[in-house]
Design a protein around this ligand. Structure first.
Ligand code: SF4
Length: 253
């Protein structure tokens, strides 16, 4: 039996539904999968990266593993670096490195002649960090203290030629396509968000459109059923906060 492999399957109960041959829609929790998971049986759902750590911890011991990386969240993390970067790829690093260690030292920074405008850390449902703020530790607790998240470990680098409106337009359309449609705030909210961001991207938007997107992002963050909808406009909020000039420049003249 195989599912469609949609983005929402990153939510564990949607994945379990898909495995059972049902629509990939998140389930109401509780019961949690460890109590009632695949086919009604207790099920542990973790990502491959987590499971891959188990054999080496069993072989080398917990003390050895705890000596790597940050004190509170020891071990390593795989970062997949893409975008305007010299050496894109997947890099495994200890959890106490900084974003600069990963983006500049390992991946070589932007190609010559360009500078880093922003880095999106954690994937499309996460916010941005400005290019001159890369001295941030990637340890989970340090990022959380800054209101950031490591998410999936995706690191997208954007150079100074990128306009954030175009990035956000892509992200909103992606989530609208991936929404499973189960709950109204996500299904209808993303349809409206597409209309608003398209108008802004075409240079036909106004201040009211931006304010409506902000309101929509608050409603969706609070009222969507699962993390897909809750995080779908997080990148917009972050981009608007850090680079308001990109949005203002597209307003109807
Ligand atoms: S938030 Fe979106 S993806 Fe999640 S259950 Fe609601 S409609 Fe489906």
């Amino acid at each position: 039996m195989s599912g469609a492999g949609s983005y929402v399957c990153g939510e564990e109960t949607a994945l379990l539904n898909s495995i059972e041959g049902k629509r990939a829609e998140p389930r109401l929790k509780p019961p949690f999968p460890t109590v009632k998971g695949a086919f009604g049986k207790p099920t542990v759902v973790n990502n491959v990266e987590t499971f891959a750590n188990v054999p080496v911890i069993v072989k080398e011991g917990a003390q050895w593993f705890s000596s790597i990386g940050s004190e509170k969240y020891p071990g390593t993390k795989i970062f997949s670096i893409s975008g305007d970067i010299q050496k894109p790829g997947c890099y495994e690093m200890a959890t106490d490195v900084t974003l600069a260690d990963i983006v500049l030292d390992l991946a070589g920074g932007c190609p010559e002649g360009h500078t880093i405008k922003a880095v999106q850390l954690g994937g499309s449902s996460c916010g941005y960090i400005k290019g001159d703020e890369l001295n941030l530790s990637v340890a989970f607790d340090s990022l959380r203290a800054e209101g950031k998240s490591l998410g999936s470990g995706a690191v997208l680098v954007l150079n100074e030629t990128r306009n954030m409106v175009d990035q956000i337009q892509q992200i909103i359309h992606f989530f609208a396509h991936e929404s499973c449609g189960k709950c109204t705030p996500c299904r209808e909210g993303l349809a409206q968000a597409c209309i608003l961001i398209d108008r802004i991207a075409e240079g036909k938007g106004c201040e009211t459109d931006l304010n409506m997107l902000v309101t929509l992002s608050d409603v969706m963050a609070n009222d969507c059923f699962c993390p897909l909808g809750q995080g779908a406009l997080t990148a917009f909020r972050s981009a608007y906060e850090l680079f308001p000039e990109d949005f203002k420049e597209r307003m109807v003249k």
